[in-house]
Design a protein around this ligand. Structure first.
Ligand code: GTP
Ligand code: SPV
Ligand code: MN
Length: 587
């Protein structure tokens, strides 16, 4: 018997939405298959080639609905100051009134799907339960890949009083009435008028980052936009690294990294634990431990190929939902820019219009087209993937897209300096969010769009976590794979070759290698990064490792302006870090 809180809320939503019927998602293959068949009949999904892509489907979103909408995303808390200077804010009562007004009767003639799901392995003490109500089969099927759902969750719900309420209404997909609203004080999320992943798969960014970061602050843990990767050294030890890069800046690629041959020969191995979200807390042994709350990947398709990310490509070969990619009509398979082989000649583009790679200058796949694949499809998935307590983290990496200024890698002098480095992260915007791309903006810890409360207090929370970890805190680093030459080409080869930087990071963690102290932190000596076999000479390496004091002086001035936004919530420790940087670059 489900508990009354759940049933009361479902009843309340039924009265509001007025669906024709209700279907509880139990996660059984039979039920999901039924839904796939229905969606194929209505055209919500298209079935792809059964031999080449078994159990794979194609979905196209509305053309005005292809990415997260940050300007229509709100944190609704009683006090505006709780949401802080970087979030859009609405008063909860007026937000509920407006949203319930939009949602009233919007399921008429439709089925209301109720999805009970768990973020985190169901038997993990750190897992949290959510229920998403939706009118979209696409959402149900994506949630079935991205989360753990079904009977076990329903069973857990019998004894649980706190769950996250998520309501999704497709409505008319009207961009003017699109709202992604979070009520962290009520554990609730309401998303209306969108059908795009990050806006509607409510377990992901809405719950596992915005609501979870709010919960994490109260409960003493961190919800972060981070991948988790395991590295087995030739000595047989496995070390775990968590890394935060903004959207479409390389988390999936680093998480599923394929080792360059020289490292395979040396006996290294890498394992993927997660590619987007990490929940981290102090473990019994005093170290920082992380779980990946998700159960699948919602990865960027363009640029994924046999060379850049063979593991991601392998993930997409079965049981995958593709969104906004090219459909090759010759064999009913999929294609995107950057995939191996030539572009198809007889195809439909992401909008479903006839498209020919040779004749059209327009892109075939949307730059933010995605694949949704089960984690277990990943050839390098970690054997700790389902571990209830997660994995211990040895290093935290921050990074972003910076054509100039930020070196390939540098290391923080201590935890608080690391928090400072995270807080001043900046990156060029990408197609993952609506709006202009390629504009450099500050994106602290890659959490600017995802922090569910005042970001000044979030920085302070990080500082407190560091205090509590003390000597056992992970070391903090910053990386930048995206430095460009005068012609605008990336200087660093990236992808699998990024392991050369991870090797340095591991060596710094184990204390087996010295580094050069600079105004911004420790950087590698040139001969500490192995460039054997790379099309990169020592001079180029030295260029991307350099700290240009003039550029950093300018950067420090920008940081000061950015920090001014936080006024009294900015931790004193970070102000100290900024003045230390300002005086160090003057020397
Ligand atoms: P979200 O899912 O949006 O959070 O993104 P993500 O951080 O997981 O980004 P992802 O790994 O999917 O990479 C996005 C884009 O960056 C892809 O087009 C990649 O080809 C490109 N990319 C990833 N890693 C590298 C790299 O090391 N070098 C270069 N030049 N490009 C990269
Ligand atoms: C991101 O934008 O950071 C993503 C994709 O990981 S979405 O789920 O749309 O947020
Ligand atoms: Mn992401």
């Amino acid at each position: 018997m489900l508990n009354k809180l759940v049933l009361d809320w479902i009843k309340e939503m039924e009265c509001l939405l007025e669906p024709e019927s209700i279907i509880w998602i139990d996660g059984s293959e039979a039920q999901l298959d039924n839904l796939r068949n229905t969606a194929c009949k209505t055209g919500e999904l298209g079935r792809l080639n059964r031999e080449k892509l078994p159990n794979c489907y194609l979905h196209r979103t509305a053309v005005n609905d292809v990415a997260r909408v940050e300007d229509r995303t709100f944190i609704c808390t009683k006090l505006k100051s709780t949401a802080g200077p970087t979030n859009n804010w609405l008063d909860p009562q007026s937000a509920y009134n407006m949203l319930y007004g939009i949602a009233k009767g919007c399921y008429r003639g439709k089925i209301m799907y109720v999805i009970p799901y768990s973020m985190g392995p169901i038997d993990s003490p750190y897992a949290k339960i959510g229920i998403e109500i939706t009118d979209s089969i696409y959402v149900v099927l994506n949630m079935a890949i991205m989360t753990r759902l079904g009977r076990d969750v329903l069973q857990k719900l019998e004894n649980i009083t706190n769950f996250v309420k998520g309501l999704h209404c497709s409505c008319e997909l009207d961009a003017q009435k699109r709202y992604i609203c979070h009520f962290p004080e009520d554990n609730a999320i309401i998303s209306v008028n969108s059908g795009y992943g990050g806006n509607v798969l409510l377990g992901k960014k809405c719950f596992a980052l915005r609501i979870a970061s709010f919960l994490g602050r109260a409960e003493g843990w961190l919800a972060e936009h981070m991948l988790i990767i395991g590295i087995k050294t030739p000595a047989g030890e496995v070390k775990y690294i968590a890394a935060a890069f903004p959207s479409a800046c390389g988390k999936t690629n680093l998480a599923m990294l394929t080792l360059p041959e020289i490292y395979q020969r040396k006996g290294y191995e890498v394992f993927c634990v997660g590619d987007d979200i990490a929940w981290m807390r102090k473990g019994q042994d005093g170290r920082l431990w992380a779980i990946n709350p998700e159960n699948g990947f919602f990865g960027v398709a363009p640029g994924t190929n046999k060379k850049s990310n063979p593991h991601a490509l392998a993930c997409t070969k079965k049981d995958t939902i593709f969104t906004n990619v090219v459909q090759n009509l010759d064999d009913n398979t999929v294609w995107w820019e950057g995939l191996d082989g030539k572009s198809p000649e007889n195809a439909l583009n992401w909008k479903g219009k006839p498209w020919n790679g040779k004749m059209s200058i327009e892109k075939g796949a949307h730059p933010n087209s995605r694949f949704t694949s089960p984690a277990k499809n990943c050839p390098s998935i970690s054997k700790e993937f389902d571990s209830p307590l997660g994995v211990p983290i040895s290093a935290i990496i921050f990074g972003g897209r910076r054509a100039q200024i930020t070196p390939l890698v540098y290391e923080a002098k201590n935890w608080n300096h690391g928090v400072f480095i995270g807080s001043i992260m900046a990156s060029e915007t990408t197609a993952a969010a609506a709006g202009k791309t390629g504009i450099v903006r500050r994106d602290p810890m890659a959490m600017l769009p995802f922090c569910g409360y005042n970001i000044g207090e979030y920085f302070n929370h990080w500082i407190e976590i560091g205090k509590s970890l003390g000597e056992k805190a992970p070391k903090i680093f910053n990386v930048n794979w995206f430095r460009q030459d005068q012609q605008g080409n990336f200087i660093w080869p990236g992808f699998g070759e990024n392991f050369r930087v991870l090797e340095w990071i591991l060596n710094r963690c184990s204390g087996t290698i010295n580094a050069k102290e600079t105004a911004i932190g420790y950087i590698p000596f040139e001969d500490s990064i192995n460039i054997d076999g790379l099309p990169l000479n020592l001079e180029s390496l030295s260029n991307i490792l350099k700290v240009d004091k003039n550029l950093w002086k300018h950067e420090a001035e920008n940081i000061e302006k950015f920090y001014a936004k936080f006024s009294d919530t900015l931790p004193a420790a970070l102000k100290l870090q900024l003045s230390a940087l300002t005086s160090a670059i003057k020397e």
